[in-house]
Design a protein around this ligand. Structure first.
Ligand SMILES: *Cc1c(COP(=O)(O)O)cnc(C)c1O
Length: 367
């Protein structure tokens, strides 16, 4: 008889399900034999790569036989000056996903509890369960975080709290003052991770001053990414900004070369290209208004979003609508795995992509 390799796995890992990524365009091409497919499934930036980033990548190609700078010196310097922090406060990751996992691995043990909101980003339960720690999913309020209930869920075993702002997949947003009031009430021995993957899409006046809060809250960790508004999803670069003490710990568990040299060079260039960032945000705002108007026109309930995506209620089995949209060459994201079986999440695309989505959805739902 052969070994039961499921039973041999760590207890937490045994119960895990693999992360469900958005369907790749060429996979659908292979399956349906169609072209002209629109992917609005992974909250990617619909604009092509910035020219400055392209140049930086090309320049890096001659160095690819060398290991990358394990400490990401140039990118850390650039981020430090951008945000008014020191390089010692920055942890680079292979996407911010990497950083979220490092945080859990460094600070959470089997007997600990990790708090996050119902409908919050799926990576939080994933990294928690992989460790075998107890995941505490706090019921949502209006699809978003119920910070009072999250505070009430804190026990002596709580070691980490994840907050996504804006949240994915619901797009919900917490006011800066509410997060601040929450931080004031969390004991300092609990690490609070504020995941701001969509920070750049939030209007200036509404953005949390989260980096400045680090002075007051040494247990706070802010994570951000180059995958969304900066348009580098494929290159996998994200980062945490924290107290130097936490960054030092993360550095101990981090893989030495977790950010490759092409990604490091591209991220440095992306950070300088403010015009690309502004165009990305403007295009997103336009597309968001367009889709919101469409949902309202057709009486489809949607969840107001501050991200680069919007989640709406199909009023029927979301999986079926998803499949029907696929057949028309439009890839969106079903979120039944989040306990939202009637909803679909659609990323904001270019004007043409949004149009194709609207036409396909109208056809599928017979609007
Ligand atoms: C997309 C996303 C991330 C980051 O993804 P990376 O590509 O790994 O940087 C992190 N948090 C949330 C909530 C996201 O939606």
């Amino acid at each position: 008889m052969s070994c039961d390799f499921l039973a041999l796995a760590n207890l937490g890992v045994q119960g895990l399900h693999p992360y469900q990524a958005g369907k790749p365009v060429d996979e659908l091409e292979r399956e349906l034999g169609i072209s002209d497919i629109v992917k609005l499934a992974s909250n990617e930036n619909p604009l092509p790569l910035s020219e400055q980033v392209k140049a930086a990548i090309t320049a890096e190609l001659s160095e690819l036989s060398r290991y990358p700078d394990a400490n990401g010196y140039h990118l850390k310097q650039a981020l430090a000056s951008e945000y008014g922090v020191t390089a010692e406060q920055i942890t680079l990751g292979n996407g911010s996903n990497d950083v979220l996992e490092l945080l859990a691995r460094a600070y959470v043990s089997t007997q600990d509890e990790v708090i996050f909101a119902q409908y919050a980003f799926v990576v939080y339960p994933l990294v928690t369960q992989a460790i075998g720690a107890k995941a505490v999913a706090v019921p949502a309020k209006d699809w978003g975080h119920d910070l009072d209930a999250m505070r009430a869920a804190i026990t002596e075993h709580t070691r980490m709290i994840f907050i996504a702002n804006p949240n994915n997949p619901t797009g919900t947003f917490l006011a800066s003052a509410d997060i601040l009031a929450f931080l004031e009430q969390v004991p300092e021995n609990i690490v609070v991770v504020l995941d701001e993957a969509y920070f750049e899409y939030v209007e200036q006046s509404e953005r949390a001053d989260s980096i400045n809060w680090l002075q007051r809250f040494p247990n706070l960790v802010v994570t951000r990414t180059f995958s969304k508004a900066y348009g580098l999803a494929a290159l996998r670069v994200g980062y945490a900004i924290s107290s130097p003490a936490i960054a030092d710990i993360l550095n101990r568990v981090r893989q030495p070369f977790n950010c490759n040299s092409v990604a490091l060079a591209a991220a440095c260039a992306a950070l300088q290209d403010k015009q690309y960032l502004a165009e990305s945000v403007a295009l997103n705002q336009q597309g968001m208004e367009d889709l919101v108007a469409f949902f309202e026109q057709h009486n489809l309930a949607y969840i107001a979003s501050k991200g680069n995506f919007i989640t709406f209620d199909t009023g029927r089995d979301g999986q079926q609508v998803y499949q029907a949209l696929l057949a028309l060459g439009v890839i969106v994201r079903p979120i039944g795995g989040y306990g939202m079986p009637a909803h679909l999440r659609v990323s904001i695309g270019t004007t043409a992509e949004n149009q194709k989505f609207k036409t396909a959805l109208a056809q599928v739902l017979a609007l």
